[in-house]
Write a new protein. Structure first.
Lengths: 401, 316, 246
């Protein structure tokens, strides 16, 4: 009797043990990362480097510590553990990896060789990717609210800022590239943000009224949207190029134009091109948002005696706002990416490093351009997603039965 | 013959169907009635194993449903649901042909069967066969849904609120059509509904469920006259009970010799319709005639009122 | 009648494109005003037609591969056995969409070297996202009662997928492919900065030699092809959606 109960209990226990399949996949990725080199040492920025495994790249205690933390995290990932535990474990490993790559930079850089540099290798990236996956999975399971997500973003930014400030990564190749061109980096950053944000502001200033007009006058709606759609099909480098000539002509022939920065090459054509690309999402989402306002809300507003103007500002626009902001999010993320291409026509921005890097086959320089671009786009997406959610939550709550 | 034997369905800690047993004789209609959350749909879906029971067994004509793999079992059982569930990307004819095609019937046989069924449901095969479901009215879509369920000549048909989305006039017609078709093919039907009126109208036997339990499984008359619990009684609606009881009787059952003045009533009409006609025209009695017009006698208000009375209750 | 009118401009556009690629010299007069100092009005460092074919081939291969993989992945994470991966897959797609195509292109270079390969990889990876997302949307918006009926009539999981879910999701999947093609058409031009043979070479030649005529012809060819493909796929979608009773 007692025996059979014990057997049944054991069987139930065995049946309950199921590994977490997402965790298993992530662990496989991480194990793959362990098999690949952790860092490479290059005699200078162009020559191929020498690959080093974790054991070679870190002092003994360091590598043991890193492997131990990684092992714990993988175990937690493979069990059906609570999401907060998975989040904690993955963040801990990511911090350990950040420290380890910095330490290996210090350890591996031969003293007295200013040209030598240490770069993270495939193994490091794969481990970081696996742990980022685990973080993303844990966050997906925890489903943080808009404030939680922005707070997580801010915390990440603070940690990165702290690491960069501390000098821990100063021996890594990407920061060596940065050290050589710190001034031009911040100029590029300013240009990039100016291009992406400035063209967005201009697009909203023009696109919102155009969208409202298209909503009110259905006759012009299709024509306007079709024209903007066609603009989207013109490849960005062509559009940048096409604007050089007319802007150059304006700079020469319109008095005062040159004084406000209009010229054939440089930032002006890039700005105008991004503005043109941005119009479609802003106009289309304004039209869609206004069209989605429920007829009964509009009827009620009319019935209460609101003027057209009052109805627009008090009923239609507030209700359409989440959709409009979604359009702005699309534009901002898209512009941050497209602004990279402005470098091809002398428009500045992070693209300068990307294309210089491609030209010199210097991957570190490419990274110096792409990493901040991706980080900017990601941050913009997280923040604007949070704004959209905050704006649309009350109406969702109200309309729920 | 469908035999449901001590069936239970448990999700985590909640039991949605608790220990239900009932059997449905071949060629009859059983209607499962209950409020939403009573477990009636889960019970139905366990018959074709869209839901796997936690314990208990179901046999159809003596064969355990677990002796077949689920999809093979389902091809042998017709299934019609609320909102018809027609495949929007397939024509009406293709929709009806679904199960015969899965079973690998000859194309000629499928074509013939589709045409027969469309005709049976009063839809011209040439006109409606090639249409897509979106081009049909709600009532037509529902008929095609039932036709699809009957396509492979199943001995058993399961229906989950099949008429739920129809307006009252079309619904009454659909119910009558279903009754006629069921008599013609001798199909065993188990239907789920929350509408007691529909249950009394269609069911040979009614199963009342609440909170996952089977409260009563009996003929409509027995449910009406001897409800097992207060809940069954409340489902019946106290005010409507005499009229529902009358709706189970036809005038042929209460006709008596004699004559009466005024327009004659048909012997096929329900006693409820008869009483209604008498009250409306202010008569105490009316002549009754058969479907072909032959006089059968008369029906009186007193007799009808007696038929509406709870059996065994002496008149005061 | 209205059909003819909506059909005519498209045919004219296609005829213009073919004529331009067949014999660009015919159009030299049109483009000459855009040049300065007697620079050539028509791209002279290679055949425009061949570059167009290369461009289309890269986009076609990348889109085909992206469609197959993205649809397969989306099917996988919507099956009962892969459903655990669905939320993570959704988050990854959202994150992936914030990475600009240029970044993918630039990062692919060190792995594969210059030429067609990094462009193919960038187009493939970036093309995955819209197709995957739309396939997920398409598969998860098949009406519940249709799926219930498909189970109820005794279809196996595979039959439900091929006979019900994929046909019903087809218009939305196609919209994703359309989006992916249009993005790829434009992104492929950037491939020329890493030495891929695409129409971007024409545009970049124009930028470096300050020849507006080159920029115009490269941009117009890419734009016209993108519009024609966009249009054709949208027509196909409408057809499919109408058949699916949309």
């Amino acid at each position: 009797m007692a025996l059979s109960a014990a057997i049944q209990g054991g069987r139930a226990g065995a049946a309950r043990f199921r590994p977490d399949r997402i965790g298993l996949v992530i662990s496989l990725v991480a194990l793959g990362g362990l098999c690949l080199p952790f860092a490479t040492v290059k005699p200078n920025r162009i020559l191929a480097g020498v690959a080093k495994t974790i054991l070679e790249a870190l002092p003994q205690t360091g590598s043991i510590l890193l492997l131990a933390v990684l092992f714990v995290a993988i175990t937690i990932a493979c069990l059906r553990s609570p999401a907060w535990l998975r989040l904690g474990a993955s963040v801990l490993v990511l911090l350990a990896l950040a420290g380890a790559i910095g330490v290996s930079g210090i350890v591996l850089t031969p003293s007295g060789n200013p040209y030598a540099r240490v770069a993270p290798a495939a193994g490091f990236w794969l481990l970081a990717f696996a742990m980022a996956l685990l973080t993303a999975d844990a966050l997906t399971r925890l489903r943080p609210g808009p404030f939680g997500r922005v707070a997580a973003l801010a915390a990440t930014a603070v940690v990165f800022g702290f690491i960069l400030k501390s000098g821990l990564w100063d021996n890594l190749s990407i920061l060596k590239e940065y050290a050589v061109r710190a001034d031009s980096f911040w100029a590029a950053a300013a240009a990039h943000v100016e291009l992406a944000l400035g063209s967005l502001v201009a697009a909203v200033a023009f696109g919102l009224p155009i969208g409202i007009l298209c909503h009110r006058v259905p006759k012009i709606r299709d024509a306007v949207l079709n024209a903007l759609n066609i603009v989207q099909t013109v490849p960005s480098i062509a559009l940048f190029g096409l604007l050089i000539a007319p802007l150059g002509w304006i700079a020469v022939h319109v008095p005062g134009a040159k004084a406000i920065g209009i010229q054939g090459i440089g930032m002006a054509p890039a700005f105008v091109a991004l503005f043109l690309y941005s119009l479609l999402p802003v106009v289309a989402n304004t039209v869609a948002g206004l069209a989605a306002v429920s007829p009964s809300a509009n009827d009620a507003a009319r019935g209460m005696g609101m003027t057209e103007r009052e109805r627009l500002f008090q009923v239609e626009l507030p209700l359409a706002l989440p959709v409009i902001i979604t359009g702005i999010r699309i534009v901002l993320v898209q512009n941050i990416g497209l602004a990279t291409i402005a470098a091809l026509i002398g428009g500045g921005g992070f693209g300068v490093f990307v294309f210089q890097g491609i030209g010199q086959t210097a991957i570190d320089l490419v990274l110096l351009g792409t990493v901040p671009t991706v980080a900017l786009a990601f941050a913009a997406a997280v923040i604007l997603d949070a704004v959209v959610e905050l704006l649309s939550t009350p109406s969702v709550r109200d309309s729920a039965p | 013959m469908i035999d449901i034997d001590t069936i239970t369905k448990r999700y985590d800690d909640t039991e949605v169907v608790s220990d239900v047993s009932l059997s449905v004789p071949a060629g009859s209609i059983a209607v499962i009635v209950g409020t939403s959350g009573s477990g009636k749909t889960t019970l139905l879906r366990m018959i074709n194993r869209l839901v796997e029971p936690t314990s208990g067994r179901i046999r159809i004509d003596g064969q355990d449903t677990h002796s077949l793999s689920p999809h093979v079992l389902r091809r042998k059982i017709g299934y019609a649901i609320q909102g018809h569930g027609l495949f929007p990307h397939r024509t009406v004819a293709q929709n009806i042909a679904t199960v015969p095609k899965l079973l690998g019937w000859e194309p000629a046989r499928i074509k013939q069967r589709v045409a027969d069924l469309l005709t049976l449901f009063q839809l011209d095969p040439a006109a409606y066969g090639p249409r897509y479901p979106s081009a049909l009215s709600g009532g037509q879509q529902q008929r095609v849904g039932v036709a699809r369920a009957l396509a492979a000549e199943p001995a058993v048909l399961l229906m989950d609120e099949p008429f739920g989305a129809l307006d009252p006039v079309i619904r009454a017609k659909a119910q009558d059509d279903l009754r006629a078709i069921q008599r013609r093919f001798g199909t065993t039907i188990i239907m789920v509904t929350h509408d007691m009126e529909e249950a009394i109208h269609l069911g040979d036997r009614i199963a009342v469920m609440d909170g996952g339990r089977l409260l009563q499984y009996a003929s409509p008359t027995e449910i009406l006259t001897a409800p097992a619990t207060g809940f069954v009684e409340s489902l019946l609606g106290a005010a409507d009970r005499p009229f529902r009881l009358l709706s189970l009787t036809t005038l042929a059952d209460v006709v008596e010799p004699g004559t009466a003045d005024g327009a004659p009533l048909s012997a096929d009409a329900t006693a409820r319709d008869g009483l209604s006609a008498l009250l409306w025209t202010g008569r105490d009695a009316a002549p009754v005639q058969s479907a072909d017009g032959a006089p059968l006698g008369r029906v009186t208000r007193a007799r009808l009122m007696a038929a509406a009375r709870l059996p065994g209750q002496a008149p005061v | 009648m209205t059909r003819v009118w909506s059909f005519l401009p498209r045919m004219a556009l296609l005829a213009f494109l073919i004529a331009f690629l067949w014999h660009p010299a015919w159009f030299a007069g049109l483009l000459r005003p855009l040049t300065e100092n007697g620079a050539p009005p028509i791209y002279d460092q290679g055949s425009l037609a061949l570059l167009t074919l290369d461009h289309l081939a890269i986009v076609a291969v990348a889109t085909l591969a992206a469609s197959l993989i993205a649809i397969a992945l989306a099917v996988l994470v919507t099956r009962p056995s892969g459903r655990e991966f669905l939320p993570l897959a959704r988050s990854l797609v959202n994150i992936g969409q914030t990475v600009p195509p240029v970044a993918v292109l630039a990062l692919a270079v060190p792995m594969t070297g210059f030429g067609e390969k990094p462009t193919l990889i960038a187009l493939f990876l970036y093309g995955l996202l819209p197709i995957f997302e739309n396939t997920l949307t398409g598969l998860s918006t098949v009406p519940a009662n249709v799926m219930e009926a498909a189970r109820g009539v005794g279809m196996t999981g595979r039959q439900r997928l091929w006979q019900v879910e994929l046909p019903l999701a087809a218009p939305i999947i196609l919209a994703g492919i359309r989006l992916s093609v249009v993005i790829s058409m434009a992104t492929a031009t950037i491939g020329s900065t890493v030495a891929a043979s695409t129409l971007g070479a024409v545009i970049i030649a124009g930028l470096t030699s300050n020849n507006l005529a080159f920029i115009v012809q490269g941009g117009v060819i890419v734009g016209v092809i993108a519009i024609l493909i966009f249009d054709a796929l949208r027509g196909l979608e409408t057809l499919l959606a109408r058949r699916a009773g949309g």
